[in-house]
Design a protein around this ligand. Structure first.
Ligand code: GLC
Length: 406
């Protein structure tokens, strides 16, 4: 796979980063936070498959950004589309790979990184024979539950034709057969400064939140059911997030559900909120409700950083963040009753008990400080581009140690 000697010693490596969607989902938001820190580590170009909010935010942050538009059917291919749609989708992915190849050739990249399941396919095709290294930054757990039969291709075949993997958690990495490939476990970082404002935990729990894009596997419906079942008349539920990938029927069904459960007076739906920090500051209890194992769950760390008590579903990334009963609470994925119990439990904590969980959560959030995490990711990618990344798995903390010595 590795065919070039890499950049001249001393020169910043040239890195092209492929992002297929312009929507502000977790992986892209985390990439923006990290990429702002990479100017001295690499010469970075973001290559988006569609125009919109995220390309604009990257270029506003001073990061070189190109939009190479994907044809409609390539961008529309979804995880669970039918056979015909898949065939058409694959054909247009191939066409797009050819189109992209011209751009990548001009960019003379030492390394191309693909940040999504779709871009890793067209990106790999587009880079064949270009003499650059190719890395998959994986933000999804590769399971047949999540991806259907193509999970096998991603988990077993893809690692044979790429040069390295970045996974957002150990739980994600475990789903990929990496063999001896260089791999970095690197979670999304959080801007710890954002949540620094002290907040009072003297008053009782009032505001419960669910934050994230609306999708059936993210479990907002189960969260709403758990809230209703908890039967706490003083609580309000704030559902923040939009259907970023076309799941508008699901979004509408959530409002119907609240009505059916006779709690619509206590529930507010916000839709997508671009900068939810302020909202988080007023959330006392944050529910992270995914019914399938969450790959990482940035929202868990964001919530901790903003002083929320977090109740999240396990297994998956959140179980790598939360120590149950210490810095938050874990409940089994999809278990509405257990989540309702957890809501009642948090609502009945004394102010001192709640303050202790909040303080422990804030300490945890600091471990994910974007400056450490994001720089580690940049450092590893630059090493990949130079062909000097070690074989096997490296944790981000091992790389950030070098960083803090500066
Ligand atoms: C994806 C994952 C989420 C993770 C984020 C950043 O959105 O679903 O778990 O936090 O990427 O890595």
């Amino acid at each position: 796979m590795i065919t070039t000697p890499g950049p001249r010693p001393g020169a910043r490596p040239r890195v092209g980063y492929l992002v297929h969607s312009a929507a502000p989902s977790g992986a892209e938001l985390a990439l923006l936070r990290a990429a702002r820190l990479w100017a001295d580590q690499m010469d970075l170009t973001l290559i988006f498959g569609s125009a919109g909010l995220m390309p604009a935010r990257f270029s506003d942050a001073g990061i070189q950004t190109l939009v190479e538009p994907m044809p409609g059917s390539a961008s529309a291919t979804r995880r669970q589309s039918g056979v015909l749609a898949t065939v058409t989708g694959v054909a247009s992915l191939l066409r797009y790979a050819l189109q992209l190849r011209r751009v990548l050739k001009q960019g003379k990249f030492d390394l191309v990184v693909a940040g999504s399941l779709k871009s890793v396919v067209y990106g790999r095709l587009a880079t064949v024979g270009l003499g650059c290294r190719f890395v998959w930054s994986c933000h999804d757990r590769i399971s047949s539950e999540y991806l259907g039969p193509i999970a096998h291709l991603y988990s077993r075949f893809l690692p044979r034709v790429i040069d390295g993997v970045v996974a957002n958690s150990r739980s994600t990495l475990e789903t990929i057969r990496i063999g001896s490939l260089p791999a970095l476990v690197c979670p999304p970082g959080v801007d710890v400064g954002n949540g620094a404002a002290a907040r009072s935990v003297e008053t009782s729990v009032r505001n419960v939140g669910i934050l994230g894009r609306l999708s059936p596997w993210k479990g907002q419906a189960e969260g709403i059911r758990a809230f209703a079942l908890a039967g706490q008349p003083d609580l309000r539920l704030h559902v923040v997030g939009g259907a970023l990938f076309g799941e508008t029927d699901y979004a509408a069904s959530l409002q119907d559900l609240a009505e059916e459960l006779a709690i619509s007076d206590c529930v507010t739906f916000y839709g997508h909120v671009d900068r939810p920090a302020e909202l988080l500051d007023s959330i006392d209890l944050l529910l992270h409700t995914s019914v399938m194992p969450e790959p990482f769950g940035s929202v868990v760390v964001e919530g901790m950083n903003h002083g929320c008590v977090v109740v999240a579903t396990s297994p998956g990334g959140p179980a790598e963040i939360i120590d149950d009963g210490q810095n938050g609470y874990l409940v089994p994925a999809g278990d509405v009753r257990a989540m309702a119990d957890a809501i009642r439990r948090v609502a009945s904590l004394t102010a001192a008990e709640r303050a202790a969980v909040v303080a422990a959560g804030r300490t945890t959030a600091k471990r994910f400080d974007n400056v450490l995490v994001g720089r580690s990711r940049g450092r590893w990618l630059a090493a990949m581009a130079r062909g000097v990344a070690p074989d096997g798995v490296v944790g981000w903390a091992e790389l950030s140690g070098q960083e803090t010595e500066k």
